[in-house]
Design a protein around this ligand. Structure first.
Ligand SMILES: [Zn+2]
Length: 363
């Protein structure tokens, strides 16, 4: 394998070498013989195999066998400093240009065993069902398209209205009166014609209404509004199909996103069952909180944040570059505290019928 050095800088300080690849953290290694500095120096000249590096290092007076060099490269890999040089690009110049920043981002998570192009390939092969293309959802669609998710199914039942314009930036003034999923799908096609997109206009009134849509998708993102149980319908449909889902929402003082991996994490039904005693103050407070009717208080900065956070969690689910942060719970960002996040895990309900459904699907 040809090993490539990631973008990094270093300097020798006495017997140590200080390497910085990410501005937030410096790596200090003991390097009294200067071998690490020599290895980094050779790698910075271009991708090499361990055998080639062994020969090159010998010219600098560092006699190391091929397997000793390979060991050093494994060490650099563990520190996130090297990657499979031939997996830096997808091999298709047009795709590489289109995904330049995506490849650059995944470069930080790539290594000798996981080339950066693989992350982009996973996204391009993925099919995401987007529920709702309004507040939050319209940003979600744009972020998923930017990531290059290869197939999108967009579901909504609304038309574009002037009241959407505080926060739904996908739409234009002349779209007022048009079907949102149709217009959103058109936006995707204009943005990136290589993305396969389908618009579905449908009222969702039960888990059964989602059954045909969730089949075969890799992820469900977004949510259904208009009914207190709408989240549970998505939860059940996801469990029946064995598909993870990510949703989000907000109030004037908090924004949040949650994600569930059916059969592996507690679900929204577990969370719904985890309630304080109905007659207690806490139970009363919760009941009252659920009665508050908020008429779309999310402004543009909040709705776009929610859509972006859901898309970012989707990126975790689809590529595994890091584990989904909210999985089995709700990540709440407090607007009064400068968006400090707090993960609130769902408590698993051993009697949860929906989790039982999901577990029944597992091989
Ligand atoms: Zn459950």
């Amino acid at each position: 394998m040809r090993v490539g050095l990631k973008e990094c800088v270093w300097e020798t300080v006495g017997d140590d070498i200080v390497v910085v690849a990410d501005a937030r953290e410096a790596i200090t290694l003991s390097d009294p013989e200067g071998q690490v500095a020599a290895l980094l120096g050779e790698l910075s000249r271009g991708p090499r195999t361990a055998a080639e590096l062994s020969v090159a290092l010998a010219r600098h007076g560092h006699v190391l066998s091929e397997s000793e060099v390979a060991q050093g490269l494994t060490g650099l890999d563990a520190l996130g400093l090297v990657e499979d040089a031939d997996g830096r690009w997808t091999g298709d110049a047009a795709v590489d240009a289109r995904h330049f920043s995506n490849l650059s981002f995944f470069g930080a998570y790539a290594g000798l065993d996981r080339p950066r192009a693989e992350f982009v390939r996973l996204l391009r092969a993925a099919h995401v069902l987007v529920l709702g293309v309004g507040g939050g959802g319209s940003t979600l669609v744009q972020c998923l398209a930017g990531l290059g998710v290869g197939r999108l199914t967009l579901v909504d039942r609304d038309q574009v209205e002037s009241k959407n314009f505080a926060r739904q930036f996908l739409y234009r003034h002349r779209d007022i009166g048009r079907s949102k999923p149709e217009r959103a799908a058109e936006w995707v096609r204009e943005y990136d014609p290589t993305i396969e997109v389908r618009a579905v206009e449908r009222w969702i009134t039960s888990a059964a209404d989602l059954a045909d849509l969730v089949e075969g998708v890799d992820l469900i993102a977004g949510g259904v509004d208009g009914h207190p149980d709408a989240g549970l319908w998505v939860n059940e449909a996801a469990a029946r199909a064995g598909v993870p889902f990510v949703g989000g929402g907000g109030t004037p003082s908090q924004i949040m996103y949650q994600s569930v991996i059916p059969g592996r994490t507690p679900c929204l039904a577990c969370d719904a069952a985890d309630r304080p005693d109905e007659d207690s103050s806490a139970g009363t407070a919760l009941r009252l909180a659920e009665k508050i009717e908020l008429s779309n208080p999310l402004t543009g900065p909040m709705a776009t944040l929610i859509g972006s956070l859901v898309a970012f969690e989707a990126k975790r689910h689809l590529t595994g570059f890091e584990p989904p942060r909210a999985a089995g719970g709700r990540m709440v960002l407090d607007l009064r505290e400068g968006l400090v996040p707090e993960w609130q895990p769902f408590v698993a309900d051993p009697d949860c019928a929906v989790c039982a459904l999901a577990r029944g699907r597992r091989p």
